[in-house]
Design a protein around this ligand. Structure first.
Ligand SMILES: [Zn+2]
Length: 499
């Protein structure tokens, strides 16, 4: 089998104050480069095992932010289409995408891209699509591809494994062994659903166990991305069945399987969502813990969801309350990094940090701080089920913050990691690269909703999810949605009840 692999990947927070223009897109033109998802590894491994040929096209990634500028999207899309045209003839096309990208004029950018790929290659070439579970799964995406596979794990530790699943699905279809037929079911649910705790762990395990039995080739749950205000938002269950194995109408069978699993997920709705603590309640919890480190997730300022990652609400309270042995990563403030680097290690500075990107970032903090360390090109390692994924964390500085300028210090210093690259915490290196001993800390604040979990759960005495103010505040009812269908949980407890 000869295939073409290319992707355009971002998650669009339609409320983010940061536009996604052409310069926000990073390109990986060689598949060996550092990429923010490991799907390319999965495709490459499977192709090598089978002795298949793969042509890699562009892989473009933008850190989640606001709506992509129309020309930026269209230029990338047209380049990808041009590369595919040059690579033809191919037997298959693999598209690692995100599934929640919105560009000006394109509520469903992935649907547009997939449709154009289909128009170019015709009906006989197999198209496989691989997307993040924080997606808006649409009819249009499904209509123009042969198989679509969504990550199952949150944190996303299974990107490469799901790419391998997709490779097998498409290869079997290409060889005529199977005839995949897809259907989806709208679960009428919106929320943030980690897959490590029960009962969600059991649901994911059950999905995987059901694949390969009774004509079911694949099951995926799109969780939805609540900060993308589009008509197709919300959770969707996807089933792929093999028309060669099921009797009768395969599409009807796929629809029944999708509905059965979708309703099974919906029945868990009250038990799978995280209920984060308010800011001070989260700090109270950490201070009351018998030992540290208590890892507090500042979910609302997660760059991975399109937040600026420069909010100051938590740092201000850590200082005002004099919380001892606390550290925080990562504040996005390139100017402060530049000042600290120019002053050098050991310098004591009066520095204005964070709070620059808008009301959801809070006010800037004027701080009394010492530069303790400088690390250019920091890389964090994100644990995966099949290894780990290197992820760039930017040029970083370690500030030891003694207090708010002009205010007598009320307690201990706070270690703060500041970066030039807006990004969420995925690995422990954001602290350990500076010699910070995690186990000696009482409180570690990480700006991340859930991806931090894989690296931090093994060292944490306790993990606390926190809902401070911010651009991706994790309380569904506070998101100012206007275009989404709100006849959906949690706005309506049982949207399926029409009586
Ligand atoms: Zn995601």
């Amino acid at each position: 089998m000869r295939s073409f692999v290319a992707g355009i990947v971002t998650e669009t927070n339609t409320f983010s104050p940061i536009p996604t223009g052409a310069s926000e897109w990073e390109r990986v033109d060689r598949p060996e480069g550092i990429v923010p998802d490991s799907s390319l590894d999965g495709f490459r491994r499977k192709a090598a095992l089978a002795g298949d040929e793969v042509v890699f096209g562009l892989y473009a990634f933008a850190m989640p932010a606001g709506i992509t500028v129309q020309k930026a999207y269209e230029d990338l899309r047209d380049e990808l289409i041009g590369q595919l045209r040059a690579a033809m003839p191919v037997d298959a096309v693999f598209l690692p995408l995100h599934g929640a990208m919105v560009a000006d004029g394109y509520d469903d950018a992935e649907g547009d891209l997939i449709e154009r790929v289909r128009a170019l290659v015709g009906p006989d070439v197999k198209i496989g699509v691989h997307i993040d579970l924080h997606c808006h799964l649409t009819r249009r995406m499904l209509d123009h591809c042969d198989a679509l596979v969504i990550y199952k794990e949150y944190p996303h530790t299974d990107m490469a494994a799901r790419a391998e699943d997709l490779y097998d699905l498409i290869r079997d279809a290409h060889l005529g062994r199977t005839e995949p037929v897809m259907a989806m079911f709208d679960c009428r649910f919106m929320g943030i659903v980690p897959t490590n705790p029960q009962p969600m762990r059991g649901f994911v395990d059950a999905m995987m166990a059901a694949e390969g039995a009774e004509g079911v080739l694949s099951l995926s749950l799109g969780h939805g991305f609540p900060w993308g205000d589009v008509p197709d938002s919300g959770a969707r269950m996807l089933a792929i069945v093999d028309a060669k194995q099921v009797a009768g109408d395969a599409r009807a069978r796929a629809a029944r399987v999708a509905e059965e699993w979708g309703r099974r997920f919906f029945a868990l709705r009250h038990d799978v969502v995280v209920e984060p603590l308010a800011l001070d309640a989260a700090l109270d919890r950490a201070l009351a813990a018998p030992r540290g480190p208590v890892v507090i997730a500042d979910q609302a300022d997660n760059a991975g969801g399109g937040a600026p990652s420069d909010s100051t609400f938590v740092l201000r309270r850590l200082l005002e309350r004099g919380v001892p042995d606390a550290a925080l990563a990562m504040m996005w403030d390139p100017i402060v990094v530049q000042l600290a680097k120019s002053a050098g290690v050991g310098a004591r500075l009066a520095v204005r940090l964070g709070g620059k990107m808008g009301p959801t970032s809070g006010d800037p903090l004027d701080l009394d701080a010492t530069v303790v360390g400088i690390r250019d090109g920091l890389v964090q390692m994100w644990p995966q089920v099949d290894g780990s994924l290197a992820s760039p964390a930017g040029d970083c500085v370690h500030l030891r913050v003694h207090g708010l300028a002009g205010t007598p210090s009320s307690g201990g210093d706070v270690d703060v990691i500041v970066t030039t690259r807006r990004g969420q915490v995925l690995g422990v290196e954001v602290f350990t690269a500076f010699g910070i001993d995690l186990t000696a800390k009482r409180v570690l604040v990480v700006k991340s909703i859930q991806h931090f979990y894989a690296a931090y759960a093994p060292v944490a005495a306790e993990v606390v999810y926190m809902a401070a103010p911010g651009a991706v505040a994790p309380i569904m009812e506070t998101i100012p949605l206007e275009r989404a269908n709100l006849r959906t949980f949690p706005w309506v407890d049982d949207p399926f009840d029409d009586g």
